[in-house]
Ligand binder design. Sequence first.
Ligand SMILES: *Cc1c(COP(=O)(O)O)cnc(C)c1O
Ligand code: SF4
Length: 734
Amino acid sequence: MMGKREIMTIMDSDAVPHNGAHSVTERLAELNGDMDEINRVKRRYPMKISRYYLDLIKEKDDPIWRQAVPSIEELGDNFNLEDPLEEEEHTPVPYLVHKYPDRVLLLVSSMCAMYCRFCTRKRKVGRVKQIPLEDVFKAIEYIRDHKEVRDVVVSGGDPLTRTDRELEEILKRLRDIPHIDIIRIGTRMPCVQPSRVTPRLVNMLKRYHPLFMNIHFNHPDEITPESSAALGLLADAGIPLGSQTVLLKGVNDDPNVMMDLMQKLIKCRVKPYYVYQCDLVKGVDHFRTPVETGIEIMRSIQGFTSGLCLPHFVIDGPGGKVPISPQYVKDITPDQIIITNFMNNLYSYPGVLRKEDRQLFNKNVRRVGIALNLKKSLYKNDRFDKYAEFDDLDTINAIRKALEGAGYEVVLLEADKDFIFSLKDSNVDFVFNIAEGIHGESRESHVPAILEMFNIPYSGSGVLTQAITLNKSRKKEILDYYHIKTPRWQVFKNTNQKLNPNLRFPMIVKPDAEGSSVGITNESLVFDIVSLKKQVSKVLKEYDQPALVEEFITGREFTVSLLGNPPKVLPIVEVNFDHLPENIHRFDSWEAKWIFDNPDSPVDPIICPAVIKPKLKAQIEKVARMTFEKLGCVDMARIDIRLDSEGVPHVLDVNALPGLMPDPKMNSRFPKSCYAAGMSYDDIILTILNSALKRYNLHLDPVKSRARARRNGLPIEAGTDVTKSLDEPTAQAP
Ligand SMILES: *Cc1c(COP(=O)(O)O)cnc(C)c1O
Ligand code: SF4
């Protein structure tokens, strides 16, 4: 019989050869069984216990008792199903189940030597007469007609309830079919009635090799001298023996019991084959264990004893048997697999990499992610400039269009708390980074840091540069170190700090770590200590960060955009303050940048290219290039420079993630310089991208991308280095 999958009939109820001893009922009563309950259950699910198995019971409710003696709990199960494996649906002819491609289950008997209380075919108990042999032969005809079947599992009930002669008749017919490779007999007889295994039976069986036998044991106490002898006879006849075990609560749901059973089986030359999770059979719910129990049992065997003792733990169901294993694989990447052994130690095993995979990155960049922080609408209590740095949809769409036009697939990646997850899912080869970051004093460095962790190449400056350029005082310290001029300064961490007596008024008070003129208003320019303290305290409170106090220098102000590696200096922007009303100071305050400079303003506050003499221009460019290099910028940066009263260029600020608003009317200064150099918006984006790709030694597949661009109807040549034409700036000195 196939372990728990046998059909039983109530042919002879609890009739057992008496051998002069008392009956089964007497014995159960003697063991303090509740005979009322047993009799009640018997009427629904009949009882049959072999004399031999009955004698294995040591006490009431021990593992042998639980398997054989009816329990009142069988009646309380209204949850489970009559036929959980849906075998009836895979029965093309009576007594044959054809569920798998090359093997079938042939039911040759509806009887057993004992009715196991947990049997999968409990539904048939007492309702089915012994299967007529002619019907078995008809089922064998089905097998003969199905050439794909090469393996027959002979089961029931218990096939060994058939006489030797009947059994031989069945085996002979099966062996007669040329396409049958192996025959397997599933039986519980060696366990519940070992005397059935006789030399005569064994001599008959061995004439039908290759013949396998799957026997069914659930507890070490079932391995007795008698059952061992029966198994020995079978093994000596060259019949490979496999075991099947049902995981049963109160019987074997314990790692030590299971290991003991497996070790005893292997000593009897039985190879543990399957341990089944208990099926959802009506009347057996009290035997069910959590699946985790089975997994833990498997874990307690693997590695701790001979691998020969290791069965497969399976859940059987309408879809067939599914192996359930403890998880030994912790992670798989192309480079390696991380595994644990039975002692829970971690090991790594290197992957087999194809030659092209050995490179750090995928050389052919196809999918490009845009890491961004979309401008949000402000809530009531939000600071008015909270999202000044974030990008609007126009910018994001324009970047996307440029990349798609060049043949890339584009994925938008909002750099919020879900960034890591969307990044992992996106499968991008490269990230075009414009994300300003959402929290923290080094927020612009977060996306680069995450991308480096994931080993994904990206455009723009790296972690350290992004962090430093966002911090005005750290940035000025570095400039100072390299003798790059910057206005003298002092950092205030509280209002009690003494002002450095070397600093001269007027001064500007700014938040130490903001961009886009955030926190710099007309009032930030202070002429005395009282207003200085007031502004410092405002910055400390409203921007929750130290205040930078800087001497105000009074000369012309410029913005220099740099693009590429090493950078080309684009046409310089001069910031024109002439349009500002009298009461607004002449510097790049929030008001100057965002209020008095808007698309409707009659005066152009941005002069590009700036009108400057070649000598000054060369000076400014030199300072900008040095700043770019010393701060470790790559691909692009925007540097704000102001002349002092003597006309000497000083660096005011560096932005490694300059705004990229496409609309020229928005006066986004970096694009403005690029336009002045004759570039289109797409040129800007692709030049940034190509500069980055070159740094990583990456390229895109030009043939494919051009074809893709043509399909998209966007005939843009990808890979064009537009900055090549920038060596001759268009700015003309007067
Ligand atoms: C278990 C089973 C088999 C045999 O499956 P194996 O995994 O090869 O042992 C065949 N048919 C049915 C219906 C079964 O339930
Ligand atoms: S031996 Fe037990 S498990 Fe197997 S079919 Fe018979 S009753 Fe069911």
